[in-house]
Design a protein around this ligand. Structure first.
Ligand SMILES: C[S@@+](CC[C@H](N)C(=O)[O-])C[C@H]1O[C@@H](n2cnc3c(N)ncnc32)[C@H](O)[C@@H]1O
Length: 382
């Protein structure tokens, strides 16, 4: 499970009278000045540079290699689970970020080419080298779980690291690995050719894109995808201030107007779209869903929604299961077959990928869907 997975107290539910309770309550209040601060900072000239340096200084983007490795591995495993084979394929990643685990792992696993695009220039040579170094001890595990030949993966990794250590520029290393980093790159402008990718990945990106832009990006992805290509997205529709508030649903109690000043604009933008809205946008863009899985925050369902967190605006009318989905995975392709219309509900996607869910527990639906071939019940209302 990722950092920030739901556990512990609700936003306003911190214990009173104890030092721990006070600390928790204080922390829960801190998120508002932080959110407004980042929002205001985003309007300054050189905002990206200031944000980059602040994040480094505060250790916000320190490298958590096991976490980033497992996020990227989920994408490759989902691709394989859906019948994909990365070997010799052309890959597009949307939203590179700070540490390029997905593009580097795609290269190591045998992709022919990888284009990775971002709107913000967070990737630096040092981060790429560290990503390569951290992957060293994980290669065998990666090869085994992603279905690649370990010795070939190790050999590609040796070549990549030796190029990285000799390089003076980020682009030199990327080129050696067949990775094309495009930044700033606005996919809505259609900068890449039609039917040029077999696989499109994104990890923790779709929640940061405004809905109108997201519609166009999915449409562009559909255009760039080859007829038998696959799209794999994982995203975090939960409140990103969970580490301060303790709640993945706290942000749903704000009106659109109030949210604009908190996380609804600027560098920490979150669109608050629920998984059913993401699924609808994917389908409207002409993509068919092969798989849709949601991880539910049971604490939010049990003790927050409708109690300490009263959903506002359009969230008032939405089924609580969609409000409480704090992680979502989609596998999609060209919409020429059957499309999934409801999510399978999982504790985590590993349950589906490993086939470990037990009938009768929360993951029973996962096992049933997996038996049907990655689908889900088809009575959807989204
Ligand atoms: C939370 S980071 C995730 C980075 C990386 N995928 C990971 O899993 O660590 C989100 C990234 O998406 C990028 N991003 C946001 N909007 C984007 C867009 N419209 N097109 C491409 N990248 C975008 C951000 O600049 C940021 O680097």
């Amino acid at each position: 499970m990722p950092k920030g997975a739901p556990e512990g107290g609700a936003a306003q539910g911190a214990g009173r009278g104890t030092a721990r309770g006070l600390r928790k309550a204080l922390k829960a209040k801190l998120w508002v000045p932080k959110a407004v601060g980042v929002n205001l900072l985003s309007r300054l000239p050189l905002a990206e540079q200031i944000h980059y340096n602040l994040q480094r200084l505060l250790g916000r983007h320190r490298l958590d290699a096991p976490e980033m490795f497992s996020r990227a591995l989920e994408l490759f495993r989902l691709h394989r689970h859906a019948g994909g084979d990365l070997s010799g394929k052309d890959v597009l990643e949307v939203g590179t970020g700070w540490f390029p685990f997905t593009p580097v792992m795609a290269h190591l696993l045998g992709a022919r080419s990888v284009v990775t695009v971002d709107v913000h220039p967070w990737l630096r040579l040092g981060n790429l080298i560290r990503t390569g170094e951290e992957l060293g001890p994980m290669l065998d595990d990666m090869a085994r779980r992603a279905g690649a030949e370990a010795e070939t993966v190790r050999e590609r990794h040796r070549r990549l690291l030796s190029a990285a250590r000799r390089a003076a520029e980020l682009q030199d290393v990327l080129q050696a690995a067949g990775i094309d980093y495009r930044c700033p790159c606005d996919l809505t402008e259609g900068p890449l050719p039609a039917e040029s990718f077999d696989v499109v990945f994104s990890s923790n990106v779709l929640e940061h894109i405004p809905p109108a832009e997201l519609r166009e990006i999915h449409r562009q992805i559909g255009r760039m995808l080859r007829p038998d290509g696959l799209v794999v997205h994982r995203l975090n529709p939960g409140d990103h201030f969970v580490e301060l508030t303790g709640s993945t649903v706290n942000f749903l109690r704000f009106s659109e107007g109030a949210w604009r000043w908190l996380g609804g604009s600027g560098l920490s933008y979150h669109n608050r779209l629920r998984s059913c809205e993401h699924a609808g946008i994917l389908r409207e863009a002409g993509l068919g869903l092969h798989l849709w899985a949601d991880a539910l925050d049971r604490k939010a369902l049990r003790s927050e929604l409708g109690r300490t967190v009263v959903p506002a605006g359009r969230f008032e009318r939405m089924p609580e299961e969609f409000l409480a989905a704090y992680y979502t995975w989609f596998v999609a392709g060209r919409a020429d077959g059957e499309s999934v219309t409801e999510p399978v509900r999982v504790r985590w996607i590993d349950a589906l990928l490993d086939g470990t869910a037990q009938e009768g527990d929360d993951d029973g639906a996962v096992e049933a869907a997996a038996r049907r071939g990655a689908g889900a019940p088809s009575s959807g209302s989204t």
